[in-house]
Write a protein that binds this ligand. Structure first.
Ligand code: SAM
Length: 351
């Protein structure tokens, strides 16, 4: 069961594990309220015979709806605004923070063997650690053993810095050697790399950037000075645009933030054969502004989260526009990270 499904980052990873290692994962139900995300989801997964739960709060208003829904694994990247550094730090007092309680209600009723949750890194320190402590305490009181750590997407062969808190909880007996941490998951993932066929691995952003894209992704001469402005005359490409490992994608990237908060690339960098050497050359802001500079395309944004071009093609086919695609990519969980976690739990430890 996939809660807060978005475009199905968890499901994408499961389908990859199924393809590569034959571990069967069948989704029986998914919950999402964003109409565009649902369009992208349905365009990419075979959802026939699955329950479309819609708003989880409304669905949970009658818990007997779960009577005939049986599942072993519940996943959910629960909405993170209230825990995020960008939000107002309201946590459980903000209704968006209380989505965890909807998850708890389901666990109370169904007690699936495995739970995999994702949230922003800030969840760990939120309210001096009390928010996470409360989440862990509630899971433990339902009989779960709980593990969590911060996973950085760039450690899992994608060219994006993105720190997220992953929580794994299980009612199953675990082998003594089961030590769930980002480092141990990464090490097992790295060792398995040669057998992983369904993911594409990136060394840096040049594995993602297309050399030719529509002119509409280029910054206009009018907007360039505003986006490149950083308050200082000594703007250098190394510290602002042309990030070799992209900054974290955000759900609001379609609004285009300043260069220091977003991902912009100059044609000189995109076409360079040696990006490291290129970045050694220090350009002034004025010199840089003479070059064509562009933002990421939705296809590139999705690639930085581990999704294929075909995935975006399928979404475009059902008329999901660029703005919605950027939001979906910014909200998604990185497929490679979840793949690595699933591999660790279900293939390496064979749970
Ligand atoms: C952080 S995103 C999760 C993205 C997802 N893991 C993915 O890979 O795309 C949270 C999602 O929860 C959805 N959401 C928010 N409130 C919801 C609700 N009451 N019921 C169902 N989904 C909800 C949002 O629309 C958003 O897509």
């Amino acid at each position: 069961m996939e809660l807060f499904a978005g475009v199905g980052g968890f499901r994408q990873a499961m389908e990859g594990i199924q393809k590569d290692f034959g571990i069967p994962f069948d989704c029986i139900a998914y919950s999402e309220i964003d109409a565009n995300a649902i369009k992208t989801y349905k365009a990419n997964y075979d959802c026939a015979n699955e329950v479309e739960m819609g708003d989880i709060v409304a669905f949970n208003s009658d818990m007997s709806r779960y009577d005939n829904l049986d599942f072993d694994l519940l996943t959910g990247g629960f909405p993170c605004q209230s825990f995020s550094m960008m939000g107002k730090k309201l946590g459980f007092n903000d209704h968006r923070g209380t989505m965890f309680f909807e998850i708890e209600k389901i666990l109370e009723k169904k007690r699936p063997k495995f739970v995999l949750l994702e949230n922003v890194k800030n969840l760990i320190t939120h309210d001096k650690g009390r928010t996470l402590k409360e989440i862990i305490g509630r899971l433990e009181s339902l009989g779960y053993k709980v593990f969590y750590d911060i996973f950085n997407t760039s450690d899992f062969k994608l060219a994006q810095k993105r720190n997220r808190c992953i929580i794994f909880a299980t009612t199953e007996a675990l082998p003594e050697s089961f030590a769930f941490s980002a480092a141990s998951v990464k090490s097992v993932f790295d060792d398995a790399a040669a057998d992983i066929k369904s993911l594409s691995f990136q060394r840096n952003i040049l594995d993602v950037l297309s050399k030719e894209v529509s002119r509409k992704y280029y910054l206009s001469e009018r907007i360039k000075p505003t986006l490149l402005a950083d308050g200082s005359k000594n703007f250098v490409s190394k510290s602002e645009i042309n990030q070799i490992i992209a900054r974290p994608l955000t759900a609001t990237m379609h609004k285009m933030h300043r260069a220091c908060q977003d991902n912009y690339y100059s044609d000189g960098f995109i076409n360079s054969s040696d990006p490291e050497a290129y970045l050694e050359v220090q350009f002034s802001k004025d010199e840089l502004a003479l070059q064509p500079i562009r933002k990421l395309t939705p296809e590139e944004a999705f690639a930085l989260q581990g999704f294929t071009k075909e995935f975006v093609f399928n979404a475009r086919n059902v008329k999901v526009c660029d703005g919605a695609l950027y939001k979906q990519a910014g909200n998604a969980v990185s497929v490679n990270v979840i793949y690595a976690v699933l591999y660790f739990i279900f293939v390496h430890f064979n749970l």
